[in-house]
Design a protein around this ligand. Sequence first.
Ligand SMILES: *Cc1c(COP(=O)(O)O)cnc(C)c1O
Length: 435
Amino acid sequence: MKYYSTNKNSESVSLRDAVIKGLAPDKGLYMPEVIKQLPPAFFHNMKEMSLREISFIVAEAFFGEDVDAGDLKKLVDETLNFDIPLVKVSDRIYSLELFHGPTLAFKDVGARFMARLLGYFMNRESRQTVNVLVATSGDTGSAVANGFLDVPGIKVYVLYPKDKVSKIQEMQFATLGKNITALEVDGTFDDCQSLVKKAFLDKELNEAVKLTSANSINVARFLPQSFYYFYAYAQLAKEQKDPENLVFSVPSGNFGNITAGLFAKRMGLPVKRFIAANNRNDIFLQYLRTGRYEPRPSVTTIANAMDVGDPSNFARVLDLYGSYEAICKDVSGASYTDEQIRETLARVLKVDGYLLDPHGTCGYRALEEGLQPDETGIFLETAHPSKFLETVESITGAQVVIPLRLQEFMLGSKQSLSMPVDFGAFKHFLMNQNK
Ligand SMILES: *Cc1c(COP(=O)(O)O)cnc(C)c1O
């Protein structure tokens, strides 16, 4: 399968090249040339199938031409070594719990799959180690580091600003060791990002060592997010025969997660409509209201993984639908203030006994307000509430139980190396590592 750029100003490339490049040379995002329809028998049999079985069928539709079936099966099985249960929260509203992976957030799915797919391509063609560089302000670093942990042939360098990420976030990528190196940069997140950017542009460095990024817009991180929409439907179908009028509500920041759901619908998944649930950063909602896409600087909220002022995957939504009118038919929007998030999170715990995280809360509330009497709603619970411990505890006034997996990170010992904001030093370090 070929992948084209949403900007249509660079050549279509193979899956391998799309994964290694990440962003197209014209700065567009890669899209598969064909989105295959899945056969009716698949939808019929889905409720008897496991998460891995369903995911493999969806993965084959995207990657089957480029990855050997046996290897693809292994990639899917290794990625999804945790469950994604559907839990009923209140009348006609279900939570798709995407937080049972190693870093307790949905980004684990994409990061784990991408790590394995990249490893697959690299190991087939060379013995040279691939170096993945990632700058992080917290959460991306942990998902990527844990996703790539122990993947042969790949080394990961996580650059993070000293004293500017939370302790628990730091422990999730700085204690791993093995093929993961944490570099504690004596500067800001922007300094980290600039070191990484300079590395990709340095000719001498790129001739000596193989470098790539684990950017969130990468097709290998983006497409696997469609798997669990099918699995959510399958779980609902076990409870309700042929669920009708299904609505997905997706807490959205860069719009990768929801766009993967729109792909699932295009493949034939019977979904009536989607809601993009935002915090106060509501550029997409404004677009739906006015037809004009006007990015603006993000504002800080208590659902901070969605503090995005110019959602990168908007280009994919536009490309998929082709027009404003077509988008409006399938997708609506919602936006909530911190105050509303707090009120809803506290109330759902009290009334329904379900603890939401601040991001999932936006998804829940959008269903609560927008679901029609004949509809069933599923919101994506994108992270475990303990990842936002202080915020959640300050809202509920109760202690949050921290899952064992998260506690275990705190028991590890920090193994970061210090790095000045000096490209020469960073380059020298990378060259020496790969001697
Ligand atoms: C990344 C993230 C989001 C936003 O997902 P997008 O794919 O960027 O829209 C929502 N919730 C949590 C907890 C996240 O980490």
